[in-house]
Every structure is written in structure tokens, then in C-alpha cells.
Write a protein that binds this ligand. Structure first.
Ligand SMILES: *Cc1c(COP(=O)(O)O)cnc(C)c1O
Length: 436
């Protein structure tokens, strides 16, 4: 396509976009178990209105848009309060979990270099932690040591301790980790970090807006937030279980002297002195305004109600799935995300996945163990029966069939190539055909 010679009608342009969305995943009606965290029409419409109000504004300069600066401060304070932080905690809103993680690793590297004289730093990260940790290490030249997890899929504390060296800048735990929904033993990780004068990050991108409310509802899991000594930073994403518009994560530091290393400044530009707290230049106002609005609109009781609904739905699903012959839930999830595996050698869980996909469900495959991932959301409450019926039928029909195996979760790429570089080349070839 080239730019139209003359501009087109507003109605036609919008109609085109709407029809393009026809073949997209259906997330409003509970068919989709990942990617979009939807809390229903009322939240969606408020979020969109707030986004629209600030869709053109630029948070790059809070001097010009103090409104957005104040919203950012408020979001940071509300999130700090949820995660048991003190008045010393400082933070920023970023464009997403990945940016928060990239910044955390960059800041840890700079902290290690400037405060501890470490020129080649390392990061110790459990295997279940998000790939963004490895991406950050790759981008910033920090070695990422991935440590094994225990049978229950939580970080193996002994393995973490053994992996720590005098070059370790930061240890990481997840609350919870995405693949199996379990919270790492954060108290032990904090203890190891404190004893070695290192930083400790809790990746609560997924759980930051659900675990505090589960705790209020009486659910039990290991302490995971700033109440844990030794935890020096956390990330929590409003755009996941905070039900905010996409492009919204919060990165928090226990004290300002660590966050100092996150800032970038450059004074020799012809255009003048340039400073930035995070990785973006131009910063869209929509996600910040939308996040502020959703947090104010829902409040503690709104999030608590949504969390109760989602957790009830997750527990019903887990019971129903465990009752299906040959299927089981991986480990013992602490929150509202989990994975379904096969316990029967004649039942290939990826063949089950293929049948569910044919039934119109959108679900991710995971590889260790081979499993189907579910992030439970408020929209799933009405479809529990239908989903379980389809899952039962799929398990019945798929027995002795084999699914197309050796496929990684993303883009259906094969996970049996020799190196990550080969995966990069394969992704490039594949995406070339998608994007061109
Ligand atoms: C989703 C997720 C991330 C990455 O967040 P993005 O917003 O997708 O960049 C990081 N960590 C965990 C535990 C997550 O679930």
C-alpha cells in the first residue's frame, strides 16, 4: 500500500479498521485466555474515555503537562501502597512490563558499576522468570544466570545462592511467574540479596494488582512485596490485572538513591540538555490518564470484587480440570493463572490444544512441561461450563492422537533449533511474511 493520493472518508477509514478486526481473537466474550485483561464494558468505556482525553498529550515534559506528571505520581503512590512500600519508595510509569524490566536491569548494572566497582555484572534469575529478563541482559551486556526451579516450580533457593558471585548485581523472583502461576520464595531471595549487598527485584508484573487483593480475601502464599527485607525494587503492570489500557507498568525502587542510576542525561545536544527517567522519548498521555482513571474508578473494593470473581472462576476451573481423566494442573498455583498438563502418555496435551483451537478458544502452548496456559479473567466466569465441556470432549477425542509437537509458545516456532540466533533468524523469516 502507498499513501492514498487523496485522503479518504472518515467513515470508510473507520469501517475498514472495524472489518479488519473481524478475524482477531474474541476477547470480550471470554474466548481468549491471554493477551487482553478485560474487566467488562464499564471499565472499558471509562478507560477509553480517559485515554481519549489525553491521547495527544506528551508526558515527556511534565513541565508542559503537569496533569500527567501528577497522574504518574498518584499511580506510583497508589501502587506503592498496595505493595506495602514506605514513603521512601519512588518510581515511574513505563510502557509495559518489558520496559520496567529493561530499566531494572540497566539500573542494576549501573548501580553495580558505580557503587560497587563491578564492570561485568551478572543477574541471577530463576528459569521460570519472564524472557524479558534475558532480553534485558542481551541488550545491556549483563550475563543472565538462569537457575533451576524445584518440583513445585518455585525458585530453588540453594541453586540461587550457589549461582551468586561477587559480580552479581541483582537477584530476581516472580510473584507469580507467568507459566505456572506460583510465587517464588521472595523472603529467601531478599535474604540472599541483603547478605551479599546486592539488589533484589520482585517481578509482580502479573500479580501486582491481584495478589494484594487475594491476600485480603484470605488466600495464603509467601510474602512477596516491600514488606520483605532485602527487596529493593518491584514491577507491577496496571495493563494486566490492573485492567488499565495497554502501555502501562509501574517500576518501584525502595529508595531514591537506587533509582538515581535509572536516569539518563545528555548535555551536549544542539537542542539543549536532555534528560529522561525511562526508555521512552515521547511518552503517550493516554496510558497514564487511562491507568489513573481505572484505578480511581475501581478502588480497593472494585479490585477486590473482580479478584474474588476471577479466583472463584479459577478454582472452579481447576477442580473441573483435575476431574478430567488424564489432565492435571501443573504444580499448585497461588494465583489466577495456571497450566494444564497431561498425566497420561496416550494423551498429547498439544493435540488437546489443537482441538480447543478448532472450537474457537485462543490459548497459549507452553513447553516445560508441555501444557496449555490459562490466565483467568472476569469474562471467563460465564463460559466455564462451555470451556470445560469442550475440554472434556477434546481430551476424549485426542487420546492416541499426537499434536504437532516441538512448537514453542510464540508464532508456532519450533523450539528444537540449535541456538537462540537460529530462533531469531527463523522469527525474522516468519515475521517478514506477516509484516510485509
Ligand atoms: C507479562 C509479564 C511480563 C512482561 O510484561 P509485558 O507488559 O508483556 O512487557 C513480565 N513478567 C511477568 C511475570 C509477566 O507476566
Amino acid at each position: 500500500m502507498s499513501l492514498p493520493e487523496s485522503g479518504r472518508d472518515r467513515e470508510r477509514v473507520l469501517a475498514d479498521l472495524e472489518s479488519r478486526a473481524d478475524s482477531d481473537a474474541d476477547w470480550r466474550n471470554g474466548r481468549t485466555w491471554n493477551l487482553v485483561y478485560h474487566a467488562g464494558e464499564a471499565v472499558e468505556s471509562l478507560r477509553n474515555d480517559a485515554y481519549e482525553l489525553f491521547a495527544s498529550e506528551n508526558a515527556l515534559n511534565p513541565g508542559a503537562f503537569p496533569s500527567l506528571g501528577q497522574c504518574e505520581v498518584d499511580i506510583v503512590e497508589m501502587t506503592t501502597d498496595l505493595l506495602s512500600g514506605s514513603d521512601d519508595v519512588v518510581g515511574n510509569v513505563t510502557s509495559g512490563g518489558t520496559e520496567s524490566i529493561l530499566l531494572a536491569v540497566y539500573t542494576a548494572r549501573e548501580h553495580a558499576r558505580r557503587e560497587r566497582g563491578i564492570t561485568e555484572s551478572e543477574l541471577v534469575v530463576p528459569e521460570t522468570a519472564h524472557p524479558a529478563w534475558s532480553k534485558a541482559g542481551h541488550y545491556f551486556g549483563v550475563d543472565v544466570i538462569r537457575t533451576p526451579v524445584r518440583e513445585d516450580r518455585r525458585a530453588d533457593v540453594d541453586a540461587v545462592e550457589a549461582a551468586v558471585t561477587d559480580r552479581t548485581a541483582m537477584v530476581v523472583g516472580s510473584a507469580p511467574a507467568y507459566p505456572h502461576g506460583v510465587v517464588d520464595p521472595i523472603a529467601d531471595l531478599g535474604r540472599i540479596a541483603a547478605a551479599n549487598d546486592m539488589l533484589c527485584h520482585v517481578d509482580a508484573c502479573l500479580g501486582g494488582f491481584i495478589l494484594p487483593f487475594l491476600r485480603d480475601l484470605g488466600h495464603d502464599f509467601p510474602a512477596f512485596d516491600f514488606s520483605v527485607p532485602g527487596v529493593t525494587s518491584m514491577s507491577a503492570d496496571p495493563h494486566k490485572y490492573g485492567y488499565a489500557p495497554k502501555g502501562s507498568s509501574v517500576l518501584l525502587w525502595r529508595t531514591p538513591d537506587i533509582r538515581l542510576h535509572q536516569y539518563f542525561g545528555f548535555q551536549d545536544w544542539h537542542g539543549g540538555v536532555y534528560v529522561a527517567p525511562n526508555m521512552q522519548g515521547t511518552r503517550p498521555g493516554g496510558p497514564i490518564a487511562g491507568t489513573w482513571a481505572v484505578m480511581q474508578y475501581l478502588g480497593r473494593d472494585g479490585y477486590a470484587d473482580l479478584t474474588a470473581t476471577v479466583m472463584d472462576t479459577a478454582e472452579t476451573l481447576r477442580d473441573r480440570i483435575e476431574a478430567i481423566d488424564g489432565l492435571s494442573i501443573v504444580a499448585n498455583p497461588d494465583a489466577t493463572v495456571f497450566a494444564i498438563e497431561s498425566t497420561d502418555p496416550t494423551l498429547d496435551v498439544w493435540a488437546v490444544h489443537e482441538r480447543l483451537t478448532a472450537d474457537g478458544w485462543v490459548l497459549e502452548r507452553q513447553q516445560q512441561p508441555p501444557s496449555i496456559h490459562l490466565s483467568v479473567m472476569p469474562t471467563h466466569e460465564p463460559v466455564v461450563e462451555e470451556f470445560c465441556a469442550d475440554l472434556e470432549a477434546a481430551a476424549e477425542d485426542a487420546r492416541s492422537e499426537s499434536g504437532d509437537s516441538a512448537r514453542a509458545p510464540m508464532y508456532g516456532l519450533s523450539a528444537d533449533l540449535d541456538s537462540d540466533e537460529e530462533i531469531e533468524r527463523a522469527a525474522e523469516r516468519l515475521l517478514d511474511s506477516v509484516f510485509r
